[in-house]
Design a protein around this ligand. Sequence first.
Ligand SMILES: Cc1cc2nc3c(=O)[nH]c(=O)nc-3n(C[C@H](O)[C@H](O)[C@H](O)COP(=O)(O)O)c2cc1C
Length: 177
Amino acid sequence: MNTLNGNLHTQILFYSRTGKTRAVAEAVCEIFGGSLCEIIDAKYRKGITGYVRSLFDVWLMRPTEISPACINTHDSRLLFIGTPLWADRLPPAMRTFFSTAELNNKRVILFFTCGFYRKHSLMYKYTTHVNTMGATVIGNFFLRTRGKSKTALKNETKMVLNQYKTTWLESIINWSK
Ligand SMILES: Cc1cc2nc3c(=O)[nH]c(=O)nc-3n(C[C@H](O)[C@H](O)[C@H](O)COP(=O)(O)O)c2cc1C
């Protein structure tokens, strides 16, 4: 456990259908410490059928159930929240998460993965949304995943984190004073 996590109880929450966002979350955990918490969609979404079902679900904004149904964030002050981008939107599991999560008074860093197209407006939309839930978003980042191995993604994530780490730490230290 590093000093940051020792003081803040960092939690890394993520949803991942094919493991790319998971690889990014694992790299965050290696750099910042803390605990990983995977948000699981109750609907089966593997393979081509799962992909097509996912596409329809996201287009039609169909709701879904997640497990754990109630994610305990009480002991964490710093949350990393990671999600893939689906058809320029959030996957149903992440919409369920954001509609039920307890984020009041948390410091949050959002991260998104996408195949090729980084939709920054979605990141800004959810930054605003999370702020209205009583949290403060202190950072965010986007990673393109197409054609990249999980090892390559982890290495890229670590480079991004090293770029922002000092700024985020300063923001957290100022908040803790
Ligand atoms: C239903 C669906 C829709 C997607 N739509 C987009 C998209 O609009 N733009 C994009 O760049 N990538 C899109 N992707 C690709 C994923 O965002 C990308 O592969 C992501 O890194 C996958 O993360 P995961 O392995 O954690 O599930 C889509 C993937 C799925 C399953």
